[in-house]
Design a protein around this ligand. Structure first.
Ligand code: PMP
Length: 398
């Protein structure tokens, strides 16, 4: 359009994009083939996939794919409307009932994505005059939900519970309090201190919400999540998790007491005003829960691989940001150096992601590796050697 570039919005957007480019913070899409496979292809080049959240390898599982195909044949391609209109196809009830028996929970509901779940839960529960306490490293959807809620937003330093307590103390007689945390932090691979968070929420009469996105399928005897691994599930008020990572599909769940789920299903705008998930997605979720609850062997394999990879990288001299899980970051620092590191890894045949601000704090850019149960021991060992080779070339390790 003639003169379009003169509009302040366009001029400012272009300036901002130029600035992002200068500080190596622009993001570009690349087409990935076979992302569910431990070996994927980008631009025709085969690479070891250390970038997906397909922790249990279910995204390529034939049983899940077949469940999706059956769901399409029985219930069609799309849900046609929101759940409260006519989109609540029978697979919702079947999957939610499976979810409840898996999580041994009183009530639960499936929503369209983890992002939608966090934004909708927090903005439904909290409002003006309430207080939301959030770990600084919580996922962006928790941040967005809190901003949308208009509650007072208090971010405590990562896992610093003295900092959290000082905030709770200051506001303790006033209104309602919600503490929110990821259970397994997506960019550091470390855990929230759930036991201490439970003590604080009891002492200060707050609700505790735990995002199990990266722990679902991976931790707990049946893969129910990290709070189940610690046997603290009954102390957590709001459990949220996703089907989009270890469970290989898409969508999210919320479980808790009946009052909570009844309230949320009447108040969450992302639930009320969005088209229901296609039947195939529910078919996949149900099949994935059925697999996950029995699959201790695969979970053990995943944990063994992850521990092996962490140990190797530590021995080579990398700093791992406190990782205790299948998410294994190595700290690099500057954006430019991190991008270069990821490029060299690609050249060596490894796909891993350069994570930069605003996803992580300034000067804490890093490479994030993710391990899956589909990897073989020799893949893990080969990868550690290649990472060390690049690390030495770039002066990250000695
Ligand atoms: N919570 C956390 C901790 C996440 O890492 C993510 C995904 N990156 C989400 C929520 C959002 O989940 P989804 O991808 O299903 O929208």
């Amino acid at each position: 359009m003639q003169g379009e570039k003169q509009l302040p919005w366009v001029k400012e957007a272009l300036t901002e994009l130029r600035h992002l480019e200068e500080i190596s913070q622009t993001r570009k899409l690349t087409t990935t083939e076979c992302a569910y496979d431990p070996w994927l292809r980008i631009d025709g080049k085969e690479m070891l996939n250390l970038a997906s959240n397909n922790y249990m390898g279910y995204a390529g599982d034939e049983r899940i794919k077949n469940a999706m195909i059956d769901a399409i044949h029985t219930y069609g391609a799309g849900a046609t409307a929101s759940r409260l209109i006519v989109g609540n196809h029978p697979l919702y009830e079947e999957t939610e009932s499976k979810l409840l028996s898996w999580k041994n929970a009183e009530a639960g509901i499936i929503v369209n994505s983890g992002y939608t779940a966090n934004v909708s839960i927090i903005s439904a529960l909290a409002g003006r005059g309430d207080f939301v306490y959030s770990d600084k490293l919580n996922h962006a959807s928790i941040v967005d939900g809190t901003i949308l809620s208009r509650a007072k937003f208090l971010r405590y330093r990562h896992n610093d519970l003295d900092h959290l307590e000082s905030m709770l103390k200051k506001n303790s007689n006033k209104n309602r309090h919600l503490i929110v945390t990821d259970s397994l932090f997506s960019m550091d691979g470390d855990f929230a201190h759930l036991k201490e968070l439970v003590q604080l929420k009891e002492q200060y009469h707050a609700l505790l919400m735990v995002d199990e996105a990266h722990a679902t399928g991976v931790f707990g005897k049946k893969g129910e999540g990290y709070s189940y691994h610690l046997e603290l599930q009954d102390k957590v008020d709001i459990h949220m998790g996703t089907f989009s990572k270890a469970l290989g599909g898409f969508g999210a769940y919320i479980v808790g007491k009946s009052w909570l789920i009844d309230y949320l299903s009447n108040r969450m705008r992302g639930f009320i005003y969005s088209t229901a998930l296609p039947p195939a997605i529910l078919g996949a979720a149900k099949a994935a829960i059925e697999l996950a609850e029995e699959d201790q062997e695969r979970r053990t394999l995943l944990h063994d691989h992850a521990a092996h990879f962490r140990r190797s990288l530590t021995d080579y001299g990398f700093t791992l940001c406190g990782s205790q899980s299948q998410i294994v970051p190595i700290m690099i620092g500057s954006n430019e150096k991190t991008i270069k590191f990821a490029e060299l890894l690609r050249h060596e045949g490894i796909a891993a992601i350069a994570i930069r601000p605003p996803t992580v704090p300034e000067n804490q850019a890093r490479i994030r590796f993710t391990i899956t149960a589909d990897h073989r021991k020799q893949d893990i060992e080969w990868a550690a050697e290649k990472v060390a080779l690049v690390g030495a070339m770039m002066g990250v390790i000695g």
